[in-house]
Ligand binder design. Structure first.
Ligand SMILES: Nc1nc2c(ncn2[C@@H]2O[C@H](COP(=O)(O)OP(=O)(O)OP(=O)(O)O)[C@@H](O)[C@H]2O)c(=O)[nH]1
Ligand SMILES: [Mg+2]
Length: 397
């Protein structure tokens, strides 16, 4: 017994001495600890769990919160989530088109519950497209490419034709440069043009809100000097967005307003300059001359400006939109289209017509009057919101 106590005491003393010697011989300075920690993090190693925890590793673990680094890195799931919400939101915004009298509702009537398509139904498809503002030229092109892309026997298969329609519509809309403006210059100067009441001022307000929320330095330019109400409307948007609104006296030459504003924006290092202009009929040559002068003036102040010349088109105006795009396109080097009020139309086919006939990318679409109702245009998302989703399931059932 005594011998055992002596052996244990000697072992204990030896262990204490060994530990004391080791501590003095191998000091771990704080920097060393940090280096080791960093190396472990780089190697992805973690301190091994105590044996008791190892044993329980077969049990289902509670979901652990993500590591700080994981939270910063976007995962596929993070990128997917807002996209899915966008389609739902877009669908709500374009609800009129999906109602029974709308373009989608009418197309659905042709396809739903029919395994095989009656040859006459292709005629019905043609009629729906033409009367939904897709227009004769674009409808002909769509139908031709559907016919060319499918074998003869597939043309009677409603699934195949429906799928081909969606595919061709997406291809048509997916023009280079679609979806948002290019912010390649500082400042990026955007000139907004269009006929009266198309939604220019509202779109500028929505864009100012969007870019200000992204932390960008935004200037709105009140280039519509004809109406005091136009300036007030811009001021209200500017106040809400918390950005500068550049105004001069009523009746001033719009070109000189743009000149002063862009000069100031360059000096004050703004990121985005959004120039509003008065609505004008594309058929009035003096007004078209005036907008050309505004464009030239912006060019003089800043090389490359205006970087974007966006034609704002009211989506409810139908085929006249094609005419507007053609005339404004003759007068100015348009870089894209903003299609507004898609929440107010059951047709909406004019999107396809403009893309096909003018080859102009749609940059944004408006689906309501609120700031958040402006969306970067995405061809696939648009077609998915318009022609896809729940109704497909219903059709398959
Ligand atoms: N429902 C709906 N209304 C819109 C949309 N965009 C604009 N509007 C409304 O359309 C009306 C005209 O919009 P404005 O922005 O004043 O149009 P504008 O092109 O600036 O008009 P002018 O300056 O007179 O040429 C306003 O009542 C807007 O609220 C949209 O996407 N959906
Ligand atoms: Mg306006």
């Amino acid at each position: 017994m005594n011998a055992a106590i002596i052996v244990a005491t000697v072992a204990l003393v030896a262990a204490i001495l060994w530990l004391a010697l080791r501590k003095t011989a191998l000091p771990e300075a704080p920097e060393d600890l940090q280096r080791i920690g960093a190396a472990k993090r780089r190697a992805g190693t973690r301190p091994s769990a105590p044996a008791t925890q190892k044993k329980s590793s077969t049990r289902p673990k509670p979901a652990s919160p993500p590591q700080a680094t994981e939270a910063l890195e976007p995962t596929g799931a993070h990128r997917q989530a807002p996209r899915a919400r966008d389609i739902d939101g877009l669908r709500r915004g374009m609800a009129k088109m999906r109602e029974s009298g709308g373009i989608f509702g009418r197309l659905k009537d042709i396809f739903v519950g029919k395994k095989e398509l009656d040859p006459r139904l292709l005629d019905a498809l043609e009629e729906v497209l033409i009367t939904s503002d897709v227009g004769t030229t674009t409808t002909a092109r769509l139908l031709e490419s559907i016919r060319d892309g499918l074998a003869k026997n597939q043309l009677a298969d409603s699934e195949k034709v429906w799928g081909a329609l969606r595919e061709r519509a997406t291809e048509l809309l997916d023009l280079p440069g679609g979806g948002g403006i290019r912010e390649e210059a500082t400042p990026t100067v955007v000139l907004m043009v269009g006929v009266n009441g198309a939604g220019k001022t509202t779109t500028i307000g929505k864009l100012a809100t969007k870019f200000s929320e992204q932390g960008k330095k935004v200037m709105i330019v009140a280039g519509d000097t004809f109406r005091a109400a136009a300036v007030q409307q811009l001021q209200a948007w500017g106040n809400r967005a918390g950005c500068e609104v550049f105004t001069t006296k009523e009746g001033a030459d719009p070109a000189s307003v743009v000149f002063e504003a862009v000069t100031k924006a360059v000096a004050e290092k703004h990121d985005i300059v959004l120039c509003d202009t008065a609505g004008r009929l594309h058929t009035k040559s003096n007004l078209m001359d005036e907008i050309r002068k505004v464009h030239r003036t912006a060019q003089k102040v800043l090389d490359g400006a205006p970087h974007e010349v966006l034609l704002v088109v009211d989506g409810t105006t139908g085929q006249n939109a094609i005419q507007q795009a053609a005339e404004f396109g003759n007068a100015l080097p348009l870089t894209g289209i903003v299609l507004t009020k898609l929440d107010g139309t059951a047709k909406g086919g004019v999107v396809l017509a403009i893309a096909n006939e003018q080859r102009l990318p749609v940059r944004y679409i408006g689906v309501g009057e609120r700031a958040q109702d402006l969306r970067d245009f995405d061809a696939a998302e648009f077609v998915e919101a318009l022609l896809g989703g729940n109704d497909d399931d219903a059709r398959a059932a």
